[in-house]
Design a protein around this ligand. Sequence first.
Ligand SMILES: NC(=O)C1=CN([C@@H]2O[C@H](COP(=O)(O)OP(=O)(O)OC[C@H]3O[C@@H](n4cnc5c(N)ncnc54)[C@H](OP(=O)(O)O)[C@@H]3O)[C@@H](O)[C@H]2O)C=CC1
Ligand SMILES: N[C@@H](CC(=O)OP(=O)(O)O)C(=O)O
Length: 359
Amino acid sequence: MKVKTGILGATGTVGQRFIELLSKHPQFIIHSVGASSRSAGKKYSEATKWKITGDIPEQVKNMIVKECKAKLFGDCDVIFSGLDSDVAGEIEMEFLKADLVVFSNAKNYRKDPMVPLIVPTVNPSHFNLIPHQRSIHTLKKGFLVTNSNCSTTGLVVALKPLQEAFGPLETIIVQTMQAISGAGYPGVSSLDIFDNVIPFISGEEEKMEYETLKILGDLNSDQTECKLLDSTNISATCNRVPVIDGHTECVSIKFKNQPSPTPQEIVNVLDSYVSEAQQIGCHSAPNKCIIVRHDDDRPQPRLDRNNGNGYSVTIGRVRKCNVFDIKFTLLVHNTILGAAGSGILNAEIALAKGLLKTQ
Ligand SMILES: NC(=O)C1=CN([C@@H]2O[C@H](COP(=O)(O)OP(=O)(O)OC[C@H]3O[C@@H](n4cnc5c(N)ncnc54)[C@H](OP(=O)(O)O)[C@@H]3O)[C@@H](O)[C@H]2O)C=CC1
Ligand SMILES: N[C@@H](CC(=O)OP(=O)(O)O)C(=O)O
């Protein structure tokens, strides 16, 4: 029997990606879609400006969009939220309190120490917070898990194997070149972004600097909260560039343990990284979490964003840094691994761990 899913914010950029990915998923079925009162009551195809290549999946076209009220989604086993953060906080909490399972893309609860912030190919061990979260909210089956900011997602996939292999990361500097789809729809106006680069994305640098430390941190010994890494300094600079999908990031790292690894040792570790999601055979887990390119001019968004069906991070230009120890360039698909795909792969992991109950 398939797991019944509800999608909140189903008409938006992330919501559409959920629809696309879930419409062909072997374990999940789209049962309900929700959005604002502007869309509620309309057929999905009438409420949505579909922006993904290919048609709206047949099974969703004629679904009637619901208001995002927990009582209208009570028969769903899992809720995926692609809600605007202005409303996600209140709505997701109402769903959690109704004992529903919520996988959120929004920033609202990422800093809550009781809410796991999980990048599925990096830190699924943070699902161990769920029993404590359930006991605090007196829930039988519901829980809330968030996935991270899209730029943070790509970064931590690269950092995790390096931290595991070479010990603490002392300093990280990252500069991003972020796609327009990251700003939702209609997002950045064409007159602002065409022939241009915008050197500011509100709140993005702070999110990268905080979320990286939570995702790479450990849970405390009684599994009641996540401890932030306190030995790592990180500084992010974020830019918007005229690319449709795919965030590119230039990363420099200084390791605490010296002498630091060579570029070849870094490549070997990145190339051989295997996540728990792959080991437990999750459907959406890529064959390789990290694809290392050896050509001088890769990764590139147009050529590399769909690697691993959008679930792989592509890394190239691994080389020595004259100021820190090592530097490289990475690319992450911002609406697949950076958003909807992470929510779905997190739900697959939760299913495999026995955390999801179907009705
Ligand atoms: N785009 C990206 O790459 C990433 C986005 N995120 C996060 O995911 C979330 C969604 O982003 P994105 O898809 O880009 O945003 P969009 O602006 O494209 O979509 C927002 C969605 O929220 C719905 N919504 C707005 N107001 C309300 C309301 N009052 N009640 C119910 N639903 C409402 C909209 O419905 P309607 O159509 O009816 O207005 C729409 O479905 C955000 O929190 C964002 O920060 C996270 C990582 C990456
Ligand atoms: N800020 C990201 C997308 C996003 O919405 O991130 P977050 O979920 O952290 O708010 C971008 O503009 O590319």
